[in-house]
Design a protein around this ligand. Structure first.
Ligand code: 13P
Length: 248
């Protein structure tokens, strides 16, 4: 049985004041019926970890592939771990677009994350042009093949399907479209990793909110969500956690 995961990606949002949202979330969901994760900007990982207790896990939004060294402005997987993180998001489409991150870099970062005992959340997803061209499944299979290193297991890796055109737009794929991609992810991962591919959690991300969470969580092979905007407010993210806790 895969343990469901509600993950929030704060992106470049959040100041010390915003920690009150996390305090509220922990107070309202002290023992959620699913795994809960928040990935704040690096500046807040330590402070958020101190609030999180056992109610939620904390993660980073990226890490460098090296452990230490002359890489001004970067942070390592070990630093995320040291600050209290257990997870790191890798290969988010915003990193791929803004920083030209390649699949090979994502794979190298994933190995660095594993070495530091972090769970990697590897993101894949098509652009709108790719969907319109009918290449969605092929694009995602290619990303998966090159971004996920050998050695991935249900314990050290989570895959997030985030259609680029659904991020922050209020638009989502239809439920059959989500099911098609998630079923294909499962088939592809199981073919390569066997039972570990079956154990890997598959998150959907892109405009998840309280009003569409129930139906998305009822969709085939969806084991949770990677939530952007709606994870910033305790009430919205709390409602998504409740929806996932109830989902079968
Ligand atoms: P939104 O939920 O704001 O669409 O963002 C999704 C996302 O990119 C999470 O990583």
């Amino acid at each position: 049985m895969r343990k469901k995961l509600a993950a929030g990606n704060w992106k470049m949002n959040g100041l010390v004041d915003s920690l009150s949202q996390v305090e509220t979330l922990v107070a309202q969901h002290p023992a959620p019926g699913c795994d809960v994760l928040l990935c704040p900007p690096a500046t807040l990982i330590s402070a958020m970890s101190a609030i999180a207790g056992s109610a939620l896990s904390i993660g980073g939004q990226d890490c460098h592939q090296a452990q230490t060294g002359a890489h001004t402005g970067d942070i390592s997987a070990q630093m995320i771990r040291d600050a209290g993180g257990n997870y790191v998001i890798l290969g988010h489409s915003e990193r791929r677009a803004d920083h030209d991150e390649s699949d090979a870099q994502v794979a190298a970062k994933t190995k660095a994350a594993w070495d530091a005992d972090l769970i990697a959340i590897i993101c894949v997803g098509e652009t709108e042009a790719q969907r319109d061209a009918g290449t969605t499944l092929q694009i995602i299979r290619d990303q998966l093949a090159s971004s996920v290193p050998d050695g991935a297991t249900g314990t050290n890796t989570v895959i997030a399907y985030e259609p680029v055109w659904a991020i922050g737009t209020g638009r989502t794929p239809s439920l059959p479209q989500i099911a098609q991609v998630h079923d294909d992810l499962r088939t592809t991962l199981t073919a390569r990793f066997g039972t570990q591919g079956d154990a890997m959690r598959l998150l959907y991300g892109g405009s998840v909110k309280p009003s569409n969470a129930d139906e998305i969580f009822a969709t085939s092979n969806v084991d949770g969500a990677l939530v952007g905007g709606a994870s910033l407010k305790a009430t919205d993210f709390g409602a998504i956690i409740t929806a996932l806790s109830k989902a079968h």
